[in-house]
Design a protein around this ligand. Structure first.
Ligand code: ZN
Ligand code: ZN
Length: 185
């Protein structure tokens, strides 16, 4: 059934392997480069299975992982083991440092060693940091929208209150600056 699945790098036949004890998920491993093919959703299932129940963010570990994988040795687009279409390269998670090859129809390819990094990243709370970063961006967007609505001259009140005096650009700007200072104080 899997005889036609080849490693996108070595062109060797992949070996169906169960990653976890008693786990129904069978991934396909390259005997030479130890790259792993995950059918759609299999990677998520495996990461979920090894995830710590009481996860917390270890920022130092995450950033060290990102450094280790900051510069890929060689970036090239490789074919999906199933449909042979060239896969997309996309980052997996915020600052995991891992760029995976993904066929949107069939699944994900991880090069040898990358799964261990994702395990460490998950154990370090990477998925929590992921959610935190998304939330931070959303709040920042909201702040910017509110600021733009209140201050037509820009979102930095210092520009209004200090700017006019330093450049002596007129009494109106000064008065406006003082007015806003009073509102805020
Ligand atoms: Zn290989
Ligand atoms: Zn495919």
């Amino acid at each position: 059934m899997n005889e036609s699945r080849l490693c996108p790098h070595c062109r060797l036949v992949l070996t169906p392997t169960s990653l976890l004890d008693g786990d129904p998920v069978e991934v396909d491993v390259c005997p030479r480069c130890c790259g792993i093919w995950f059918d759609v959703n299999e990677l998520e299932q495996v990461l979920e299975a090894v995830r710590h129940p009481e996860a917390r963010v270890d920022r130092r570990l995450i950033s060290s992982l990102a450094e280790r994988h900051a510069t890929p040795v060689e970036v090239r687009y490789v074919p999906c083991p199933i449909c042979a279409e060239r896969m997309n390269r996309c980052a997996h998670g915020h600052r995991s440092g891992i760029v995976v090859d993904r066929c949107h129809t069939h699944g994900v390819w991880l090069d040898g060693g990358e799964l261990e990094v994702l395990f460490e990243w998950g154990a370090a709370g990477g998925h929590i940091l992921d959610a935190a970063v998304r939330e931070e961006r959303r709040m920042e967007d909201q702040r910017r929208e509110r600021a733009a609505a209140v201050e037509p001259y820009g979102s930095d009140p210092l520009c209004l209150t200090l700017g006019p005096r330093r450049h002596s650009s007129g009494w109106l700007a000064d008065a406006l600056g003082d007015f806003i200072m009073r509102l805020m104080g």
